[in-house]
Design a protein around this ligand. Structure first.
Ligand SMILES: [Mn+2]
Length: 342
């Protein structure tokens, strides 16, 4: 038989639990579009922000109880004579765009919102994470991607900066980064111990070496297979909150999801997350109450073979973002919902 004390504790737990959910239905979200594609060679990824908005992101976030402010799309200065620096392509344009993005994300955080950056290619994580950290301090980073995007400018074989953003952000790699034009503002702001990768399946040798050297926590697709996504997320959050609970930055590359679901992306890799695994990751991070900044990048409608392929990619991107902000697959209802009386 339950004692009165146990019942009181139960009531407290239930009330905390309810409050916990209540909280999630009143998140305030600040959206920044970053129509930028020069971190990689394929046109079309700059259309991502408007397509994701057209698919109803803002209305659907509001319907699930979020306060949404759209900060619009950033504009980026044209850079002429952006010749390669060593192997690095379009460093000046990427550096300048990310500086602008960093300022914008910082402002959104200062306004008190959870920031949502709609890309654009994944080089934009440099500015997004930098600006987020400038506003709130130390972060945990959850990077969901087929790729590690941690090449340094010197290990990269392609020279595309969308394969390099994490290298500029990690304290531990600072001494390995050469001077690049328009990058002097970038200060490393993430520690290797505060970074977790999920979904990796196409990692370059130099990247693999870096991940091992720094002891970065990685749940590749092998670990997703071995443990299942629920254990992966449990272990991710245990690992990140072992000492201090830092605000979480989720950097979600749509190519983490299997290309059978999200084919319209620049560098698809077979063997990815299912739609359900992809959504579960967002639901779990939402429930931590620590999600403070989100990137959704690499949606490229021109890479779809058909209109349906582009649509499936965009609608999956929307569903991932809804999952970040309280959408439950069991269903949701507004807090003030009342049953109609006959
Ligand atoms: Mn990526």
């Amino acid at each position: 038989m339950r004692s009165a004390r146990t019942l009181r504790q139960l009531a407290l737990t239930v009330s905390r639990h309810l409050h916990h959910h209540h909280h999630h239905h009143h998140q305030s979200v600040g959206i920044i579009g970053a129509p930028f594609s020069k971190g990689q060679p394929r046109g079309g990824v700059e259309r991502g922000p408007d397509l994701i908005r057209s698919a109803g992101l803002l209305q659907r976030l509001e319907e699930q109880g979020c306060a949404v402010k759209d900060y619009g799309n950033l504009t980026f200065e044209e850079v002429v004579d952006d010749e390669p620096v060593g192997r690095v392509k379009r460093a000046r344009a990427v550096g300048s765009a990310n500086q602008r993005l960093s300022e914008a994300v910082r402002a959104v955080k200062k306004d008190g919102h959870t920031s949502v950056m709609l890309g654009g290619d994944h080089s934009l994580a440099i500015g997004s994470i930098h600006g987020h950290s400038a506003a709130v301090g130390e972060l945990s980073v959850v990077w969901v991607d087929a790729h590690a995007d941690i090449n340094t400018p010197l290990t990269s074989t392609t020279g595309n900066i969308h394969g390099q953003p994490m290298s500029y952000l990690l304290h531990e790699l600072h001494s390995k980064i050469p001077v690049l034009p328009n990058f002097s503002w970038v200060k490393p702001c993430v520690s290797a111990k505060d970074l977790v990768y999920i979904g990796l399946r196409d990692v370059d040798p130099g990247e693999h070496y870096i991940l091992k050297l720094l002891g970065v926590k990685v749940f590749s697709m092998r670990e997703v297979d071995q443990l299942g996504v629920s254990k992966v997320m449990e272990q991710t959050c245990d690992y990140l909150s072992a000492k201090v609970k830092k605000p979480i930055h989720l950097s979600y590359d749509i190519d983490a999801i299997d290309p059978s679901i999200t084919p319209a992306t620049g560098t698809p890799v077979v063997g990815g997350l299912t739609y359900r695994e992809g959504v579960y990751i967002t639901e779990h991070l939402c429930q931590t109450g620590l999600l403070s900044g989100v990137d959704l990048v690499e949606v490229n409608p021109l890479r779809g073979q058909t209109e349906a392929e582009a649509q499936s990619t965009v609608s999956t991107a929307v569903d991932l973002l809804l999952g970040c902000f309280g959408r439950l697959r069991e269903g949701n209802h507004p807090p003030a919902y009342a049953l109609p009386e006959p």
